[in-house]
Design a protein around this ligand. Structure first.
Ligand code: COA
Length: 155
């Protein structure tokens, strides 16, 4: 399925609304089907979703105010639960969510975004200005190899 970027809009979602796509994309074939994250309902957390013309939810992302463990002096947001519906991956929806999240980060006066990124998604993050830092690790819920990625926003 092809999507037209002009037909995609990004809007805030609730923590309950993001769960179905998290489950479908981030927990497919996994033993651990947990889709609730510690911090999901924190008042400073926002969930940004992408919707197509028919109001189908085609992408989700969660932005939590949390210090980056390797540079705790900065006001920082952790990006979590980044997922695009399988049938529309690779068409720029993830990029739209990163742009929207980055705007939010700037709005609240933070200058650093970080994530525990699946190794399979490192190219995606690197292309959007995120640097891979530190040693790789196996994330406990997914049991998949991950690295930390970080992006410092200028100005
Ligand atoms: C990783 C993920 C969130 C990225 O979202 P996405 O909507 O597929 O992202 P984009 O389409 O913006 O970019 C993905 C790739 O498609 C390419 N792309 C972007 N727009 C494109 C277009 N119009 N046509 C073709 N390819 C395009 C990008 O170059 C990028 O390639 P890269 O991976 O080599 O960098 C998504 O693929 C996904 O949900 N994957 C499975 C779950 C996952 O790994 N989540 C991340 C956990 S940390």
């Amino acid at each position: 399925m092809n999507v037209n970027h002009l037909d995609i809009h990004i809007r805030p979602m609730t923590s309950l609304e993001v769960r179905p796509l998290r489950l479908e994309v981030l927990r497919a074939g996994m033993v651990n089907q947990t889709v609730h994250f510690d911090g999901d309902d924190d008042p400073m957390t926002i969930h940004l979703g992408a919707f197509d013309q028919d109001q189908n939810n085609v992408g989700v992302s969660t932005w939590m105010q949390r210090p980056f463990p390797l540079a705790t002096e900065h006001k920082a947001l952790q990006l979590r639960g980044m997922a695009t519906a399988v049938n529309v991956q690779g068409q720029g929806i993830g990029a739209l969510l990163l742009v929207a999240g980055q705007s939010h980060v700037r709005e609240i006066g933070a200058h650093l975004i970080w994530a525990n990124a699946r190794d399979a998604a490192l190219n995606f993050y690197n292309r959007h200005g995120y640097s891979t830092v530190g040693e790789g690790f196996i994330e406990t819920v997914t049991q998949l190899p991950h690295h930390k990625v970080v992006k410092y926003l200028m100005g």
